[in-house]
Design a binder for this molecule. Sequence first.
Ligand SMILES: Cc1cc2nc3c(=O)[nH]c(=O)nc-3n(C[C@H](O)[C@H](O)[C@H](O)COP(=O)(O)OP(=O)(O)OC[C@H]3O[C@@H](n4cnc5c(N)ncnc54)[C@H](O)[C@@H]3O)c2cc1C
Length: 297
Amino acid sequence: MNDVVIIGSGIAGLTASIYLARSGITPVVICGDNPGGQLMQTDTIENYPGFDAISGAELMIKTINQAEKLGVNMIYESVTKITAVKNSFEIENTSEERLTAKAVLIATGATHKRLGCKGEAEFTNKGVSWCATCDGAINKGKTVAVIGGGNTAVMESLFLSNIASKVYLIHRRDTLRADEIMQKRIFAKSNIECVWNATVDEIIGETRVTAVKLDNGKTINVSAVFVAIGVKPATDFVKDLVALDDSGHVISNETKTSVPGIFVAGDVENDITKQAVYAAGRGCFAAQQIERYLGIR
Ligand SMILES: Cc1cc2nc3c(=O)[nH]c(=O)nc-3n(C[C@H](O)[C@H](O)[C@H](O)COP(=O)(O)OP(=O)(O)OC[C@H]3O[C@@H](n4cnc5c(N)ncnc54)[C@H](O)[C@@H]3O)c2cc1C
C-alpha cells in the first residue's frame, strides 16, 4: 500500500512529489506518455520566477532530477483506471500493473486543440502559439491573429491588443460565443478587427510566421498566430469517478475533488490560469492537503 500515487509528471505533479518527499512520504509518480509534461515542448519560458529565460525541457529535466534525488519513484506508464476500494484506491496502468494508495493526486494536465492546418506544426514556437500570456510580449507593435470565438479567444485578443499594434480575431462563424460583456470589450477596441466566417487554410512563413491564408481566399500578414479553440483535459480515465465540469476539467475545491482522498492540481483543474508557476503552486497546495488528509500535518 502506497501513501500517495501521483498521476502525471508535469510541473504540477512533480512539485507535489517534491513537497511530499520532503515531508517524509515517498510518493510514486506515474509519468504518462509525456514525462515532464507540456513544458517539454516549450521552447523558451520567460515568465518563470528565477530565470530570465529557460528552455522548458531544461526546467523539467532539472525538476525530474530533483524529485529523483529525493527518492520519488517514477513509473513510465499511463494510468487507465482508478477504483475506490474501502478507504483506498486501486490504480491500473498500461502495463496492467495494479498499485494501491491511500491518496491519489490527478495531475494529468490538458492539451490545446490544434487547427490541423498546413504550417501549424512547422511554425509551432516560431510564431504559432497557444498562450498569449507566454508568447505575446515578443509581438510588441506587430500585427497578430487570434483564432477562435469563445471567452479564451476574446481574452487572448484583449490581452494582445495592449501589446500588438493590430489584432485580427478570426472566427469560423458570424457571431462570437464569448460572454456578452467580453464581446462589448472587443468591439470597443479600435485595434481589434473581427474576421467572420473564415477558417485558416494555411500558416505561411519562412523562419517564422509571416501570414495566414484563409478559406475565403484572403491572406493576412501577421507575425504570430494564437490558437484559442479549446483545450482537452486528460480526464477520460476518471470520468466515471470524480465530478467533471462541462469541458471535462476536474471540479476542484482547494485541490480536493468530489471523492475524499483524490486530489487534483494543475491544468487539469477547472481553473482558468494555465501557467507553469500556477500549476507548480497548485501542486504544492495539493501536497499539503494530502499531508492533512493522511494526518501528518
Ligand atoms: C506550447 C506551450 C507553451 C507554453 N509556454 C508557457 C510559458 O512560457 N510559461 C508558462 O508559465 N506556461 C506555459 N505553458 C503552459 C504550461 O506548460 C502549463 O500550464 C503546465 O505545463 C501545466 O502543468 P501540469 O503539470 O498541470 O500539466 P502538463 O504539463 O500537461 O503535464 C501533464 C502530465 O500528465 C501526464 N498524463 C496525462 N495523462 C496521463 C495518464 N492517463 N496517466 C499518467 N500520466 C498522464 C502527461 O504525460 C504529463 O506528464 C505553455 C504551454 C504550451 C502547450
